[in-house]
Design a protein around this ligand. Structure first.
Ligand SMILES: [Zn+2]
Length: 420
């Protein structure tokens, strides 16, 4: 993989200014996974659960996804500006929401340009986006937060997500899609977290000049598709080539692809020595490829399924379905809506487990050292100790069903897990 990336960088540096979408999501996410073992466990468990879905034919899958109800995602836009031009207008923000709603509902005008071989795969993803009406404190909001910053440019290091580093703190990411719009360094268009990220970092970052429809911006990224692509990542979609030579994007109905496409390829786009055996070639017009904005037009039923899986019971994005962000503000006379469920809950990842488990309280990692006890189903205590950072070894247990009891502040919480 590293060798592949290195080769890629060398190759690209030889080319004369070739337009290439630069999405930092994969590089960013690999760094996050490497620095947080509990995040890796959580993410792998979610991926493995998705693989357990029964294999169904594309026809059945198409019929199934057509019945999915439309999901509305509340959005907050954090605009971080240093110059007046970076403080983009409300209309510019609205233009981006408009694009998202067109693209995820298959209402984009340019579906007409999808080659015939792929038209039957283009799908209405039944996901839409709306600016928040209520902030986390229940006050009225436009869903747009503007903040002047002294910082001239930003990297993929999450500093824009924290007020303490010149950015702006996330709104509760269980109930809002946070999008930070800021002057990312010129080599980046944007990056996103996949589901499972720490709550204070969860969201999408987009470079100011490619956010929304930018009439004066004549680059290849002036039609708002960077945000469509990054929100696709936030909804667990991978790049079509799986970020490696002929990698897997965990979606069955996108053709295998050797690597990314760029610019505006002509149909059919056949790559030499590719793993794609189809005469129709690459699905370069899929939003999860690297083609120019003007040449991205569609998601597939498999991608739709993968996104909707996130909203099933206890799945990582289910909480958005219970958001009060689109309700009337509580201080405008509406009856108060519970914004959060504050009763502590204990979760175990992975479950079933093999060598280690990670514990988590309402999507927050435990920060302090505390005691735990593991019981078998007859109530006999088998192991106890102190956990730090939420990781506990269960290597010594034989296969079976267990209960773990954990002290969390003043309370004791219990959860069941299975050891393989
Ligand atoms: Zn990407």
């Amino acid at each position: 993989m590293k060798l592949f990336l290195f080769t890629l960088i060398i190759c690209c540096s030889c080319l004369p200014v070739t337009a290439q979408r630069n999405c930092a999501t994969n590089e960013y996410w690999q760094t996050q996974l490497n620095s947080d073992p509990a995040l890796r466990l959580r993410y792998n468990q979610m991926e493995n659960a998705a693989k357990l879905h029964p294999l169904i034919s594309k026809k059945e899958q198409g019929a199934g996804v057509a019945e999915m109800p439309v999901i509305t995602i509340p959005v907050v836009i954090h605009i971080l500006y240093n110059t007046p031009e970076q403080n983009i207008s409300d209309a510019q923000v609205q233009s981006q929401l408009h694009i998202l709603n067109k693209d995820f509902r298959k209402r984009n005008d340019d579906t007409a340009f999808i080659p015939l071989a792929f038209t039957s795969f283009a799908t209405d993803c039944a996901i839409q986006f709306e600016l928040a009406k209520t902030d986390p404190e229940g006050r009225a909001t436009t869903g747009i937060v503007r903040k002047r910053t002294d910082r001239l440019s930003w990297q993929q290091d999450d500093k824009m997500k924290f007020s303490a580093s010149g950015g702006n703190d996330a709104w509760d990411s269980r109930y809002y899609l946070n999008i930070w719009v800021c002057n990312l360094t010129k080599s980046l268009l944007g990056y996103a977290t996949f589901p499972g990220a720490s709550p204070e970092k969860d969201g999408v970052v987009i470079r100011t000049d490619v956010f929304g429809i930018s009439g004066s911006n004549n680059t290849a990224y002036n039609k708002g598709r960077t945000t469509t692509h990054e929100v696709g990542h936030w909804l667990n979609l991978k790049h079509l080539w799986g970020d490696t030579d002929c990698g897997d994007d965990s979606v069955d109905d996108t053709p295998p692809q050797k690597t990314y496409n760029s610019g505006c390829p002509s149909f059919p786009q056949i790559t030499a020595n590719s793993c794609n055996p189809l005469s129709s070639g690459d699905m370069f017009m899929n939003f999860m490829d690297f083609s120019d904005d003007a040449c991205l037009h569609m998601f597939t039923p498999g991608q739709k399924q993968r996104m909707h899986d996130l909203f099933t019971v206890s799945a990582p994005r289910e909480s958005l379905l219970h958001s009060a962000a689109l309700n009337k503000p509580r201080n405008a006379g509406a009856s108060p809506e519970p914004q959060t469920d504050t009763s502590p809950r204990l979760s175990i990842f992975p479950n079933p487990a093999t060598d280690i488990i990670a514990i988590e309280f309402n999507s927050q990692k435990p920060l302090t050292r505390n005691v735990y006890v593991i019981y078998n189903i007859t109530g006999r205590s088998l192991a106890e100790g102190q956990y730090t950072g939420g990781i506990i070894s269960v290597k010594g247990l034989t296969a079976g069903t267990y209960f773990i009891k954990v002290r969390h502040g003043e309370q004791t919480l219990t959860a069941k897990f299975i050891k393989h």
